[in-house]
Design a protein around this ligand. Structure first.
Ligand SMILES: Cc1cc2nc3c(=O)[nH]c(=O)nc-3n(C[C@H](O)[C@H](O)[C@H](O)COP(=O)(O)OP(=O)(O)OC[C@H]3O[C@@H](n4cnc5c(N)ncnc54)[C@H](O)[C@@H]3O)c2cc1C
Length: 103
C-alpha cells in the first residue's frame, strides 16, 4: 500500500508527528495518508505506563483535551526527591537539586 507519510514507531514522538501532520492537512483541506508502524502488539504496548506527564505537548496538539475526556485526573502539586533506605526516606532539599530534577 502507498502512503504519503510513513512514521516508524508509535511512541509519543511518532504519534504526535502523525496527529500534527493530519491536523495541518485538515487545516488546508488537503488529503494526506499517514501510516504509523508500531512493532509492539498495539500502540503504547512498549512505552506508556500511565505515570506522571507534563501535559504541555498534549495541550499544543489538543487544546480541549480536558473537555474531550482525556484520562489525566490528578494534577501534580508537589515535587520531592527522596533517598530510600531500609529505615526510611530522607528528602533532598529543593535548593540542592539541579534544575533538571525540578519538575
Ligand atoms: C520505565 C520508564 C518509565 C517512564 N516514565 C515516564 C513518566 O512517568 N513520565 C514521562 O513523561 N516519561 C516517562 N518515561 C519516558 C517516556 O516513556 C519517553 O520519554 C517517551 O516514551 C519517548 O517517546 P518516543 O516516541 O521518542 O520513543 P518511544 O516511546 O520509545 O517510542 C518508540 C516506538 O517505536 C517502536 N519501534 C522501535 N523500532 C521500531 C521498528 N523498527 N518498527 C516499528 N516500531 C518500532 C517502539 O516499539 C516504540 O513503541 C519513562 C520511560 C521508561 C523507560
Amino acid at each position: 500500500m502507498d502512503y504519503d507519510v510513513v512514521i516508524v514507531g508509535g511512541g509519543p514522538a511518532g504519534l504526535s508527528a502523525a496527529i500534527r501532520l493530519k491536523q495541518l492537512a485538515a487545516d488546508k483541506g488537503a488529503e494526506l495518508s499517514v501510516c504509523v508502524l508500531e512493532k509492539g502488539s498495539e500502540i503504547g504496548a512498549h512505552i506508556l505506563s500511565g505515570a506522571v506527564m507534563d501535559p504541555r505537548a498534549l495541550t499544543e496538539l489538543f487544546p480541549d483535551w480536558k473537555e474531550q475526556g482525556a484520562p489525566l485526573d490528578v494534577p501534580v502539586t508537589e515535587d520531592m526527591f527522596l533517598f530510600l533506605s531500609e529505615a526510611g526516606a530522607k528528602a533532598v532539599p529543593n535548593w540542592a537539586l539541579p534544575d533538571n530534577f525540578k519538575n
